[in-house]
Design a protein around this ligand. Sequence first.
Ligand SMILES: Nc1ncnc2c1ncn2[C@@H]1O[C@H](COP(=O)(O)OP(=O)(O)OP(=O)(O)O)[C@@H](O)[C@H]1O
Ligand SMILES: [Mg+2]
Length: 296
Amino acid sequence: MDLQLPPGLPKLRVRGAWKFFGPGTAGSAALRDVHLDIAHNEFVTLVGASGCGKSTLLRALAGLEPHSAGDMLCDGAPIEGPGPQRAMVFQHYSLYPWLTVIENIKFCRRLQFHARGRTSADVEAASGRADALLRLMGLCHVENAYPGQLSGGMQQRVAIARALMGRPQILLMDEPFGALDAQTREVMHDLILHVHRLERSTIVFVTHDVEEAIYLGQRVVLMAPRPGRIDTVYPVPLPDARTQDMKLAPEFLALKREVLARIRATSGMQTDFELLEKLSHAASTDLAPEPGDFSS
Ligand SMILES: Nc1ncnc2c1ncn2[C@@H]1O[C@H](COP(=O)(O)OP(=O)(O)OP(=O)(O)O)[C@@H](O)[C@H]1O
Ligand SMILES: [Mg+2]
């Protein structure tokens, strides 16, 4: 299978990548022979049934988990660990509860400055970026609040601002809006599209929500489980400047139906309704009172 390769050197390249957990190649592969190229400034979304390897692929791209075989490249160089050009955002915001919003945003940056012995002018420039990110994320009014005083949506905005603080070229996001309500999610969608345009970052975004995947992605990559693999890559037939009303466009709805049907077909999770009926029948006859149970 080849995947409509973007022209030029891809920002991220995955070539014949495998991942086994545990020793050797025993057991099933969490990733089997994955090929994927992602262009600079592309927004790619990953969907697929639970356990199909989405997080495993993302963590390998982040350099947090080594793959077992094949190549994973960033700008043509092998990914051998985490790097400042790649930032990860998780579903659970993992902010430092004892630091304020602004301190959280600046925290990792401060460690980097400390490690590299930068000058105070660099620190000042970083403060300017932190302030700009606070404004971009609409967080100015809670700058000095602690994470525990914020809503889920606000905490996730802090986490994204913190990830953006080091000017990463690549954002790897693992179900970042999974814990948010529907309205907050819509706001976050437009915010992340804005960030994508503004920062010209490359984004790989994992989600269970097919509508979210189509609304955000320029391509939707569908993975299938046992073994974890890429099943289908769908180009999204929408202009890059997305608006919420596009979710009602016939091509949006048709793609959504197609992707959902394919996830269902590849999930391998079939409910045996006949067995379920037998079980509930057995349960109800087990519980049914025997004749004479209530006689005194
Ligand atoms: N640390 C680990 N040790 C052993 N097996 C693991 C580990 N992490 C993941 N796996 C296995 O690898 C496979 C892929 O898991 P992964 O978490 O990547 O799936 P996913 O697509 O992100 O699922 P979900 O949608 O539920 O988050 C699963 O079978 C899982 O059990
Ligand atoms: Mg996952």
